[in-house]
Design a protein around this ligand. Structure first.
Ligand code: SIN
Ligand code: CO
Length: 417
């Protein structure tokens, strides 16, 4: 379904603990690809052809039950949609939804779609992390749909790759190759005018269907069911440049030369654009060049920008000493909503760029934090030895971007190891 959308002392520098190695590549069996290795999948399937994997996640349990999903759909900060096709008429409503107003599961032909469940639930985040054999920069979110019998969103195509994981109950997926994208006019959601499926499968819990962008698909529930869809982000040139130009225009506002025409003579024709005015604007447009550093920083900020509905809340008070003590005891872990990406020694987190370039050893620790989404207590001790790194981590903890505290059992599973 279309998605709406600093330096270490010598002792510390001497040797990093074994966890500071880059994470090993996902071992065969870790990725939910059945018998296929990640390499094979990436080489022959990803962005090329659909793939059905039976029992991809054999012991799957929905990360949240019906009640929890309905509770999420009640929240303002959660994007949710209800699609119904009662009496053959398609309708789309946007949340939040009071659960009393939703149709009962015993009524056929409706589906509730809840976006970004990974932002709100550790188990959903853990499920999404099983797909980290693809880069974090590409992974968008986990949407969960709850459907009554015969519920679905109708035949459509998405511009992004998607893994459709059957979480509970059964759903029949029919698919058709790209090539036809005419939409039925006058409908609130994008439904294809014509859909000629070439394949059809009934998915059971734990089965998974991968679809590259542009493949038409229609999933119809056979009895009540829940489906998880792991979506990917792929910026288009227009999306990227629109944001980049808006961001750049903010940074141009400082020293701002203005056109002036002192000494101007009376124009022969009042409606003609004066030559010098046109030339000045033309030159400003033509000679504007962002620096490489500005472009690089923007790319990092752009790719780590939190979703519009994500608001971090830090702890009320987090004295530095208390944070350091907790860090040395428990290590640190990124908040499940935090996006931390890097390129060499440049780090970008939740739409900001780390201003200072950390020393090589500290950069290694930060890369470890980004890749594993945690630093264990041994690595945290090394981080503490670097005054400016620990200050950065403290600031991130105060912002609610990371935590130094014991884990609730079973709540921390990022799936990389
Ligand atoms: C999708 O088509 O991308 C998912 C829709 C659903 O879960 O019903
Ligand atoms: Co879709």
């Amino acid at each position: 379904m279309n998605r709406p959308t600093r330096p270490l002392p010598a002792t510390a520098r001497a040797r990093l603990p074994s966890t500071a190695r880059p994470p090993r590549r996902q071992a065969l069996g870790d990725a939910p690809l059945g018998g296929l290795s990640v390499d094979e999948f990436l080489r022959h399937t990803w962005q090329r052809r659909p793939l059905l994997v039976r029992a991809a996640l054999p012991d799957i349990k929905p990360p949240c039950d019906v009640e929890a999903l309905l509770a999420l759909a009640e929240e303002d900060a959660v994007q949710s949609r209800l699609v119904t096709s009662f009496g053959g008429r398609w309708r789309l409503e946007h949340g939040p939804f009071d659960r009393e107003t939703l149709p009962p599961l015993s009524r056929r032909r409706w589906t509730l779609l809840v976006q970004g469940v990974n932002l709100h639930d550790d188990r959903a985040h853990a499920l999404m992390s099983r797909f980290r054999f693809l880069p974090d920069a590409r992974i968008d979110d986990l949407m969960i749909s709850l459907a009554s019998d015969q519920g679905g969103v109708g035949p459509h195509l998405d511009s992004y790759d998607v893994f459709l994981v059957q979480l509970w109950g059964r759903r029949r997926w029919r698919i058709a190759p790209p090539g036809y994208d005419q939409l039925r006019p006058g409908l609130p959601s994008k439904i294809l005018e014509r859909f000629a499926p070439t394949e059809s499968w009934l998915l059971e819990p734990g089965d998974m269907l991968y679809l590259p962008p542009g493949w038409a698909h229609d999933g119809v529930a056979e009895g009540p069911c829940m489906t998880g869809s792991i979506g990917f982000r792929a910026p288009s040139r227009h999306e990227f440049l629109r944001e980049f130009l808006a961001d750049s225009s903010d940074s141009l506002a400082g020293a701002d030369p203005r056109y002036s025409d002192r000494g101007r003579l009376q124009p022969a024709r009042p409606a003609a654009i004066p030559k010098d005015l046109h030339q000045q604007l033309f030159d400003w447009a033509k000679t504007w060049r962002p620096s490489d550093a500005a472009i690089n920083d923007f790319i990092g900020r752009f790719m780590t920008e939190p979703a519009a509905n994500v608001f971090f809340e830090g702890p009320e008070r987090l004295p530095f000493k208390r944070f350091v003590a907790a860090m040395s005891r428990y290590g640190v872990r990124l908040d499940r909503r935090t996006r931390l990406l890097y390129r060499g020694n440049r780090f970008h987190i939740n739409g900001e760029t780390l201003a200072s370039q950390p020393q090589p050893t500290s950069a290694q620790l930060l890369r470890e934090l980004a890749d594993h989404r945690q630093l264990d207590a041994a690595s945290a001790l090394l981080a503490i030895a670097d005054a400016s790194l620990v200050e950065t981590l403290h600031a991130w903890a105060e912002a609610g971007w990371l935590h130094a505290e014991p884990l609730a059992r079973g709540s921390w599973n990022t799936g990389t190891e």
